[in-house]
Design a binder for this molecule. Structure first.
Ligand code: NDP
Ligand code: 8X3
Length: 251
C-alpha cells in the first residue's frame, strides 16, 4: 500500500486528510506536537490501516531529520508528503504585532516546511514516478489583506518554493503542488486569535466556509492523479467568499 506523511495531523486539514487516506487504505505517518491527539487518531484509524505517529515540532530540524530518515520499512516507499503544519497569528495591523509572533509564523510555515521537505525528499525521489509533495499554501499567499503581514508572506514563500521545486525535480517523476485554500473552518482562527472561541465562531457564523473534509478530498485527488499530471497550484474558496475593492485613504 502507498504511504503518506502528514504534518499537523492533530487537527483540521491534517486530521481530515489522515481519515481520507485511511479510507483508501494508505499507510499513515502522522505528526504533530500534541501527543494525546496523535494517540487518539491512531486508536481511531489503526483498525483500518498501518499508522505510525511521531510527536514532532516541524521547527526542530534535527528531530525532523532524525524521525524521517529512520522510518520503519513497513512505511516505505513514501508516496506522498503533505506539508500541512502551519499557523497564522496576530490578525492586527503589522505595526501592533509582537516580533515573536512573526518569528513563530516564519519558523513554522517556512522553516518547518523546508525542514520536512529536505528530510523527506530522498525518500520521495526513491519512489519517483507518482510521488507527490503537497504544500498547504493559502489565498493569503497571493492576495493581500489587512492583518495578513507575515502570514500571507509566508504562504507566498510556499507558492514560490513549490514552483522552484518543480523545476529542480523535473525528470524525477516527483510532483509538487501549492494547494491554496480560502476560508476554512478548523482550529485555525482559534490559534490565530490565541484562544478566542467567540472570535472564531463569529468569523464562520452565517456563511458557508470550506470544511476540513473538503480540503482532505482535494489532497487525496492530487495524490492519486495519473502519474503524468502535475497541478502546480490549486486555489479554492467557498462560493460565499470573494475579493473586495481596493482600500483608499482620503482626507
Ligand atoms: P489547524 O489549527 O486546525 O491545524 C494546524 C495543524 O498544524 C495542527 O495539527 C498543529 O498541530 C500543526 N502545527 C502547528 N504548528 C506546528 C509545529 N510547530 N510543529 C508541528 N505541527 C504544528 O489549522 P488548519 O487545518 O486550518 O491549517 C492547516 C494548514 O492549512 C496551515 O498551514 C494553514 O496555514 C493552512 N490554511 C488554512 C486555512 C484555513 O482557513 N483554515 C486556509 C488556507 C490555508 P500541533 O498543535 O499538535 O502541533
Ligand atoms: C487562511 C485563509 O482567508 O484567512 O490561510 O487568509 S485566510
Amino acid at each position: 500500500m502507498p504511504s503518506v506523511l502528514i504534518t499537523g495531523a492533530t487537527s483540521g486539514f491534517g486530521k481530515a486528510a489522515a481519515q481520507r487516506f485511511a479510507k483508501a487504505g494508505w499507510s499513515l505517518i502522522l505528526t504533530g506536537r500534541r501527543e494525546e491527539r496523535l494517540k487518539a487518531l491512531k486508536d481511531e484509524l489503526s483498525d483500518q490501516v498501518d499508522v505510525l505517529t511521531i510527536a514532532l515540532d516541524v521547527r526542530d530540524s534535527e528531530a525532523v531529520t532524525q524521525a524521517i530518515s529512520n522510518l520503519p520499512e513497513k512505511f516505505l516507499p513514501l508516496t506522498c508528503l503533505i506539508n500541512n503544519a502551519g499557523l497564522a497569528l496576530a490578525p492586527e495591523p503589522a505595526q501592533k504585532v509582537a516580533l515573536q509572533d512573526w518569528h513563530t509564523m516564519i519558523d513554522t510555515n517556512i522553516t518547518g516546511l523546508v525542514n520536512v521537505t529536505h528530510a523527506a525528499m530522498p525518500l520521495l525521489l526513491k519512489t519517483g514516478e507518482g510521488a507527490s509533495i503537497l504544500n498547504l499554501g493559502s489565498v493569503a499567499g497571493q492576495w493581500p489583506y489587512p492583518g495578513g503581514h507575515v502570514y500571507g508572506a509566508s504562504k507566498a514563500f510556499v507558492q514560490q518554493f513549490s514552483y522552484n521545486l518543480r523545476c529542480d525535480l523535473l525528470g524525477t517523476g516527483v510532483r509538487v503542488t501549492d494547494l491554496a485554500p480560502g476560508m476554512a473552518e478548523t482550529e485555525f482562527t482559534l490559534v490565530r486569535t490565541k484562544g478566542n472561541q467567540e472570535a472564531s465562531d463569529a468569523l464562520y457564523r452565517g456563511t458557508s466556509p470550506l470544511q476540513a473534509e473538503d480540503i482532505a478530498e482535494q489532497l487525496f485527488y492530487l495524490a492519486t492523479l495519473p502519474a503524468h499530471i502535475n497541478i502546480n497550484r490549486l486555489e479554492i474558496m467557498p462560493v460565499r467568499q470573494a475579493w473586495s475593492a481596493f482600500a483608499i485613504d482620503r482626507d
